[in-house]
Design a protein around this ligand. Structure first.
Ligand code: G4P
Length: 549
């Protein structure tokens, strides 16, 4: 039945406001999988702990790429975990834990509206935490921090906050505060709702079973945690209220201020508190920028972009699943949409949506939702679908890879298969391809060693093309541009040995060492060197760094 325009606008607005699409990020082992599972448990999406398969690549399997691919296969089902909670529709976008798949994570972050960052209170800020936060800052993604494992002897909470502020360049505001830590951990005081949650070492109970005390001056506090801890908590609460500005939701939504929660995911502690505050303050789907204009979520025509492509591991089917984040309007099954890069109309008969760890065919989806589209090779990361408007969503860059190897075709009769295979794998975002003009040398750039094994294996299995890799002495690839065309041409001529072209035929400078890159940058001031393929994003990053956020 056709909906009237006003009813449609109202319905769309309601659907947008109830959606919370976010990612959980952490350095491996901080507790991302555990927290995800507990959130699903509270959301009623799963009934028992242990139901979510970890997509974390186990330490024992780090050298076994077959195992990794298998685990990645499993993770299709957990790519998006949707559930309803207190009238909200929550979509958790899963991110791989293994650092060699960091680029998958970066790209997934382009499709979320906010993130929850998990930090281990024993280890504090770690390498991946830093990198992931840099990506969040590129888009001013709002961040909530969950400091986990309070049941362990961790660092002092004040020191942790200081470390977070310093290392991640973000202001923090604790919304809960721990009472003791490790052996002495007794619970957290929720500074936002002014209530006390007492810790019970329970892996099965929900936090709602835990005693709640509404007033910090209540004598019950002394009875429950002892006079000493109660006194300490009162002092801490006073200090926090004195030192930190009151929590400002707008600053959080603009990505300047990260509210902080403390808890213990494995013990179900502090998780419901986190979730309840999250649904209240986290942003609903926002506008997104295209190359021509900004698209608002409540615009009637559908638009969306592809942020992830997952190969089907069944060798009999070349199908892939492309994950499309809906940006505006309503996505409908069986309706023709415009693939703007290919200028082609496409229709999807079996779009999938994901609820908890199950997928099912859906008839419609709204901004903030992610639909899985079966693809036979039409999509690459960053592609845009619209109802006809010619535009391309921005902000889905390729990042400068760090490991480079020359691709060697071992069977000259399979050159075509090799070409096709490598094109498709790079469309999927497994790696990046750079071609050196001199001699058409193909260089594969990745963020992790494992990708080379994955490429070699998949080229052979799926395309029948045998390949090997030769190491090359590059350590960074930078896209180069200049306002002065003659200067750029001259640079390309002078540095021809180090010039490659990416798949869009854009020139890329391959630096052998970071030191040399620096001296080349100094020597050629007219040339701009970009560390992501999307230069506007790059500029935004530089701009923010200068702003000193
Ligand atoms: P990740 O996805 O971020 O990599 O971390 P994951 O949730 O897999 O957690 C990493 C380890 O930390 C797991 O232990 C998990 O049980 C433990 N963990 C998570 N939250 C807490 C917490 O609040 N307190 C404590 N003490 N530990 C926590 P594991 O031994 O590696 O695995 P498992 O045998 O327990 O599954």
């Amino acid at each position: 039945m056709a909906r009237s325009l006003t009813t449609f606008a109202h319905m769309l607005d309601q659907e947008i406001r109830k959606r919370r699409t976010f990612g959980i990020i952490s350095h491996p082992d901080a507790g991302k999988t555990t927290l995800t599972e507990k959130l699903l448990l509270f959301g009623g999406a799963i009934q028992t702990a242990g139901a979510v398969k970890s997509n974390k690549i186990t330490k024992a399997a780090t050298s076994d790429f077959m195992e990794i691919e298998k685990q990645r296969g499993i993770s299709v089902a957990t790519s998006v975990m949707g559930f309803e909670y207190q009238g909200y529709k929550i979509n958790i976008l899963d991110t791989p834990g293994h650092k060699d798949f960091a680029e998958d994570t970066y790209r997934t972050l382009t499709a979320v509206d906010s993130v929850i960052l998990v930090i281990d209170c024993v280890k504090g800020v770690e390498e991946q935490t830093r990198k992931l936060m840099e990506v969040c800052r590129m888009r001013n993604t709002p961040v909530i921090i969950f400091i986990n494992k309070l049941d362990r002897e961790g660092q002092d909470p004040y020191d942790l906050l200081e470390e977070v502020e310093k290392e991640l360049s973000i202001h923090t505001r604790p919304l809960s505060w721990p009472i003791g830590i490790g052996e002495k951990f007794q619970g957290v005081y929720n500074l936002f709702d002014k209530k006390l949650l007492l810790f019970s070492n329970s892996k099965t109970k929900k936090a709602s079973d835990v005693l709640t005390i509404l007033d910090l001056n209540d004598k019950q506090l002394d009875e429950q945690v002892g006079e000493k801890a109660a006194k300490q908590l009162r002092e801490d609460a006073e200090l926090i209220e004195g030192v930190f500005e009151p929590f400002d939701e707008d600053l959080y939504r603009d990505g300047y201020l990260a509210p902080v929660f403390f808890g213990s995911a494995i013990n179900n502690f502090g998780v419901q508190d986190l979730l309840d505050t999250f649904v209240r303050i986290a942003p609903f789907p926002r506008s997104r920028v295209t190359d021509t204009r900004e698209v608002k979520p409540d615009e009637k025509p559908f638009s969306g972009f592809i942020f992830k492509i997952h190969a089907n591991l069944d060798p009999n089917h070349r199908d892939r699943i492309a994950f499309c984040r809906v940006v505006s309007g309503t996505f409908e099954r069986n309706k023709f949409y415009q693939h703007t890069r290919l200028d082609k109309k496409l229709r999807f008969a079996n779009p999938n949506m994901f609820m908890a760890n199950e997928k099912s065919v859906v008839d419609e989806a709204f901004p903030g939702d992610v639909v899985g589209l079966y693809d036979t090779g039409n999509f690459k990361i960053g592609d845009t679908l619209t109802e006809g408007e010619n535009m391309q969503f921005q902000g889905i860059p390729s990042f400068s890879p760090e490991i480079f190897k020359e691709l060697i075709n071992k069977d000259p009769f399979k050159a075509k298969q090799m070409e096709k295979g490598i094109r498709q794998l790079t469309d999927e975002g497994v790696a990046q391809l750079f071609t050196q003009e001199l001699g058409s040398i193909k260089i594969i750039g990745t963020v992790g060693e494992l990708q080379f094994e994955v490429i070699q294996f998949r080229l052979l299995q799926e395309y029948g093309a045998a390949c090997s890799f030769h190491p090359v002495a590059y350590s960074k690839a930078c896209w180069i541009t200049s306002e002065d065309k003659a200067a750029l041409d001259n640079f390309i001529r002078m540095k021809s040995r180090f010039i490659c072209y990416d798949k869009e035929n854009r020139p890329v400078f391959m630096a052998d060492t970071l030191r040399n890159l620096k001296s080349v940058q100094d020597y050629y001031p007219a040339i701009s060197f970009h560390f992501t393929s999307e230069f506007k994003t790059d500029q935004a990053l530089i701009g923010q760094a200068a702003y000193g956020k």
